[in-house]
Design a protein around this ligand. Structure first.
Ligand SMILES: [Zn+2]
Length: 149
């Protein structure tokens, strides 16, 4: 360690690492703060969409999602049962070969999806037409501005 007193790169790196960790923690806290209401109350005014081959074939409205129910549908020869309850929705049964869509389980937050590749089926939760969520609060640009302060 002859050069340690002349060039202390190791602790400078450590310091930068510390700053980085603080910044990451701060970013994480801000993101959690902004996204918090979404975690606490899934699908605020959101709706669930079922797409087959990219085409919306079934819409579960926010009002429907607030209650409970289920329906069956077919895609590419596979049979699916979609179940929804209290703002969550899932593919509860499917006879597709991989069962990935069923194992995905409940999706409830906007942007979450349960997809079935064999059936080209995508179940997604998206902001509804009357979503009360302020788009600015989930806008990535706004989040970056907050971080830079
Ligand atoms: Zn599947």
């Amino acid at each position: 360690m002859v050069f340690a007193h002349q060039s202390p790169p190791w602790y400078r790196l450590l310091k930068w690492g510390d700053y980085l960790i603080y910044i990451l923690i701060t970013c994480g806290a801000i993101v959690l703060f902004l996204q918090g209401p979404l975690f606490l109350k899934p699908v605020i005014g959101g709706e669930a969409l079922v797409r087959i081959d990219g085409l919306v074939t079934r819409t579960i409205s926010a009002a429907e999602l607030a209650g409970t129910g289920q329906f069956d549908l077919d895609a590419h020869g596979f049979h699916y049962t979609v179940e929804y309850a209290q703002g969550q929705v899932r593919i509860s049964h499917a006879d597709c070969p991989d069962q990935v869509c069923v194992q995905t389980g409940w999706v409830s937050r906007q942007g979450e999806v349960a997809a079935c590749v064999p059936g080209s089926l995508i179940l997604s939760v998206e902001p509804g037409a009357n979503s009360p969520i302020d788009p600015a609060s989930t806008d990535p640009d706004t989040a970056v501005d907050v971080v830079l302060k």
